[in-house]
Structures are given as structure tokens and as C-alpha cells.
Design a protein around this ligand. Sequence first.
Ligand code: ATP
Length: 472
Amino acid sequence: MSSRNDDASAKGAQRLRLLFVDDEAPIRMVMGDELERIGHDVTVCEGGQEAIDVLSDNAFDVVITDLKMPQVDGWAVIDHINKSGVETDIIISTGHGDFDDAIRAIRAGAYDFLRKPYKIVEIANVLNRVAAKRSLENRAQALETELQNVRGKTELIGETEGMQRVKRLVERIAPTDSSVLILGETGTGKEVVARSIHEHSSRSKMPFVAVNCGALPENLVESELFGHKKGAFTGADTPRKGLIEVANGGTLFLDELGELDKTMQVKLLRFLESGEVRRVGENEPFTVDVRVVCATNRNLEDMVHDGTFREDLFFRVNTFEIRLPALRERKDDIPELARFLISRCMKRDSIPEDILAPKTIELLRAHDWSGNVRELANAVEHAVILSNGQTIEPGDLPGSVSRKSSSSSRPFHVTNFVQPLTLREIEMEVILQTLDKYNGDKPQTAEELGIALKTLYNKLNQYQSNGQSEAA
Ligand SMILES: Nc1ncnc2c1ncn2[C@@H]1O[C@H](COP(=O)(O)OP(=O)(O)OP(=O)(O)O)[C@@H](O)[C@H]1O
């Protein structure tokens, strides 16, 4: 084995750690030099056994191996890499006419193959593709980590009987590939449950894609979900993958399913039954492997009776049904939930025992929480900012919580609040109080407020994500 390093030719992220394996000395010599010249770190081995030994102690981005070698051949190297589970891409080199071997190697997990005699430009092209793929994988991992930091770990908090039942169901349903329908009022944690199902399933390393059907612009729903080809409609300047395709291998969470119109219901049903996706403007469908979890706060059975929701789709999406209790039905969970939300907001693993004053807990328990856990999360975020990380006193809570009487019975007054509110907080107060008045019914709330239902969904989503990033 010989190892070569040439820092002068380093190309940053494009530089790969390569293991080159070939039993022919002239090829080893030329390729060792050439691969190094194009900017990679190269280690050269003359046979399969030597390569396996080197791989046991060193990490490589790519192994380029000849297949036919005396004693231990390239197949044994591929086998070793697959079994050891290292993240090394394999490129094999084959002789002329060994096309079947190339196919077999690709099936065994090789990234690509090169046919001897190959030109350095061919190998450079393959390596550039590997480098681009690796950099994308790194970016995806970095984004995932960043997202986890912003969103926090998915934890389903609650020990009351209702929540224990939900957790048991999640554990039982998660490993299956069945569709799940999650029901519950707004803010009860339907998305948290969907994420837990995904994280407890064998798809957990693949994407979890959440789509709020209520917030999608009507004319773009199909292209958002199924993608489109370039030029499919005005504004489609580039081809685009749909969210179903993005979720391939993972889980698609369709929130507010009841908001899909009848045309989209048909298209969704077709996809659920065939597993096939056809981008807008394209003729040929293709197959994807996606588990679908849906949620709604509407009564889909009533909608089926009214004729606004397809019965066949209803049966297709609710193989399993999980009903989430409203927060007011599980008030014993409030102290623990509040503590969890405070630590999430303060980005701390542990928080002082007395972070909530006894009077504050009393007020939290007394409130009606029409916006459920989302409303609680926002209330504690508000309180954490005002209390400056010290014990949260009743005066730190938003006025709608610290005032004892039911907010739905009184009109909204800015002067009811202990602290001055921002315009966004005032808007949210009005929305929450109106939701309260209509027991969480969003269509009625939107009507009373004189805004489109989609605008209401968008404002609630914005409220949640702003709250979290502000707190961060
Ligand atoms: N059991 C729970 N444990 C921890 N956090 C929770 C729980 N339930 C809800 N949350 C938090 O409450 C907020 C709202 O939850 P989520 O978005 O899942 O509600 P939802 O039912 O999907 O709402 P909507 O119907 O409006 O889409 C999020 O910040 C979430 O992290």
C-alpha cells in the first residue's frame, strides 16, 4: 500500500478520500498520480485483501476497485463494504465485454462503473458526481440538524389516560405502513403525533413532509402535491417535484385534509390506490413509496353525509384513527406540558423546579385553551420573555390567560392587558378569542373575522413558527 497527499491541489469540498484497488502495477501507478493531480487524496492497494485491511482502519469517500483480481477479488471488497455499513461509494472497473458484471455490481450497491481502458476525464466526471451527491447529503443532514434545533425533538407530552391511549396507539400503528387519520381540535398536537408515527417507523431516516392542505393556494394544490413539468402552466418556468415525490421513502403528512376540494380528493384517492404520481403536464406516471398520514379538525363523517367529502377517500385514509383530546379535557397534563414548552423555548434541558409560581399554575389550569397546546405554547413563550428566565408569575402571562373570566363572553379590549401588546399579538388575541367563541371552529372564526379560511390557517401557522423562532 502507498499513500499520497498533495495539499497544494486541494479543492475543498470537492476533494475526496479515494481508495484505488487494482492488481496491475502500471495502472496503479498512473491512476495514483492522476487522481492525485485532479485534487483527491489517494491510497492505492494491489489486491482485495489489502483493500479490506485498509478499509477496516480508515474511512474513505470512494473505493474504485477492479473486479477481477487473483485470490481476493473486487466482489469481496464490495461485500466487505456492504457488510460493515460504512458510507463509502463504490465505483468498479471492468474489462471490455463484462457488462453483466457491471450490472451485477450496481445491483450489489455500486455507484457506477468504468470500462477499461478508461480516460481520466471519465473518472473525473464520475468523481465530480459523487462529490456533488455527498455535498447534497451533507447539506440535507445540516438542514435536518438545524431544523431539529429550531423545532426541538418530537416529544409527545402527557400522562393523562387520554394521552396514554394515544401513545399506545402510536407505538402500535407506527411500524405498519397503514394510513392513519388523526382527529382533534386545532393545536391539540396532530402534527406532533404524525411526526412520532414517522419517527417510530422504519421510514424514520427518510423525509417527513408536512403539507397544510388548507393553506395551499387553490390553483396550485395539484402542482404542489404532484409537481409539474416545465411550461405546464404560466409561471412554471422550471420543472418541479411535487411534495409527494419529495416524501418518497418517507411519510407525507396531509394536515387539514377536509379542506381539499372534490377534484383534488379524486386525484389523491387515485394516488393512494395506485402509488403513482403524474406531474402536471406530463403523460407518464411513476411510482413512489410514501406512507400517508392525514389529519383534520373537521368532522369528515358529516362532510361525507353532506356530500362534500368522498366516502371512498374517507375509508382509504382512516385505516387507523387516532383521536386527540382537547387540552381542557386533560388539564392534569398542563403543568408538565407547560414545563416542557418552557424548556423548549428557553433551549434548556433542565429548568428550575419553581419556574412556575403556584398561582400561575392555578391560572393555567383554570383557562379554557380553545387554541389547545399551541395557545399554551404561545402563552408560555410570552411569559418566558417577560419573566426574563425567572419564576413565571401570573402577571407574566398574556392577558387572555391571566384574566380569569371566560374570554369568549367579553369583547376584545387592548386595555385589558397588563403589558402593551404588539400589533401581531393583538391580532392573535382577536383570532384566539374568536376561535374560543366558536369552540375552535375555523370556518366560522374566519367568517366572523371577515378573512379567508386560508388566511386564518396561514396566520395560525405563522404565529406558531414566529413564536418559536422569536423564542430561539
Ligand atoms: N402532546 C404534546 N407534547 C408536546 N408538544 C405538543 C403536544 N401537543 C402539541 N404540542 C405543541 O403544540 C403546538 C401545536 O401542535 P400541532 O401543530 O401538532 O397541532 P395541530 O393539532 O396539528 O394543529 P392544527 O390543527 O392547527 O394543524 C406545537 O408547538 C407542538 O409542538
